[in-house]
Design a protein around this ligand. Structure first.
Ligand code: PMP
Length: 289
């Protein structure tokens, strides 16, 4: 499969049925497009099986709830739909994107009470999110934008509106030759990258920001479990910018990113060390287990 994302062969599941890829369209007066009333999931299938599939479907429901809407399909129906999409497109190793949004309807102001909630699921083959950084270590910029306070935005939802500052940060990073940007939060603590959580290693122990104003990623939770199994101490805490200097290793976690080593953040350097390699390799085994 190739071409732009709106012009490919294949099937997309839309509101309960598979449609031709090119026909999976919405009207220009879709509420979500004007007011960011949209939530989504990014998932990966390995060998035909989506890793943590049900947890992703449950999070999609949770995110919709955070935005005060209800998806008109149950978690079981979403699970069945995802399997249908993989089968219809003949995919075994794939990225799966589920998206739910307030559609076009009788309302076109900020209120959307009379508009339908819609759901689509697409899947496609996707390699390493950060390309060869997976082996060499990614170079990150430091974003100007800060992750917002939970009083300002539904920080724990995987909601489209939260990615506005991520796209801007990522574009600035790419213009500087970086793969991504690390973001601080509204208080100035280290938060995460634009689409992945972050971990640091110092003196054999692991430090990761407390997810109190950003997504507590499923990969993050999986990796913490893996570290616990290895009896490696994990400190989930607020991390100050000046601490970056003292960390020895760093990696990112995310469904798309998997476990990607980080070699540089701004002017701080990290080694792609043994623990980073160990966790990255073990994660690859786990998702296929
Ligand atoms: N933070 C952000 C902003 C993300 O987009 C993602 C990717 N979903 C993550 C963290 C990691 O989440 P997960 O491990 O559940 O994919």
């Amino acid at each position: 499969m190739s071409g732009t994302y709106d012009n490919r062969d294949g099937k997309i599941w839309l509101d309960g049925a598979l449609v031709d890829w090119r026909e999976a369209n919405v009207h220009i007066l879709t509420h979500a497009m004007h007011y960011a009333s949209s939530v989504f999931e990014g998932e990966r299938a390995y060998g035909g099986k989506i890793f943590l599939s049900r947890a992703h479907s449950e999070r999609l429901h949770f995110s919709a709830g955070q935005l005060d809407f209800e998806i008109p399909f149950t978690v079981d129906q979403i699970e069945a739909a995802k399997a249908e999409v993989l089968a219809a497109n003949g995919l075994s190793d794939a990225y799966v994107r589920a998206v739910a949004w307030r559609g076009a309807g009788e309302d076109m102001g900020v209120s959307s009470r009379r508009n339908p909630v819609r759901l689509a699921i697409a899947a496609w083959g996707w390699g390493n999110y950060y390309g060869d950084a997976k082996t060499k270590g990614a170079k990150l910029d430091i974003a100007r934008w800060k992750r917002p306070s939970p009083e300002t935005a539904p920080s724990h939802a995987k909601a489209a509106g939260l990615y506005m500052i991520c796209t801007m940060s990522k574009h600035e990073a790419e213009a500087k030759g970086c793969s991504d940007a690390m973001m601080f939060d509204y208080r100035g603590y280290v938060a995460e990258a634009t689409g992945a959580n972050i971990f640091f290693v110092k003196d054999g122990e692991v430090h990761t920001p407390k997810p109190d104003c950003f997504l507590n990623g499923l990969t993050r939770q999986t990796v913490i479990g893996m570290l616990n199994d290895r009896q490696i101490k994990v400190h989930e805490r607020h991390i100050m910018p000046e601490e970056l200097e003292g960390f020895e290793q760093c990696w990112l976690t995310g469904t798309a990113a998997e476990v990607t080593p980080v070699g540089q953040i701004g002017s701080y350097n990290f080694e792609v060390g043994a623990l980073t390699r160990n966790i990255s390799d073990a994660y690859e085994k786990l998702v296929r287990a």
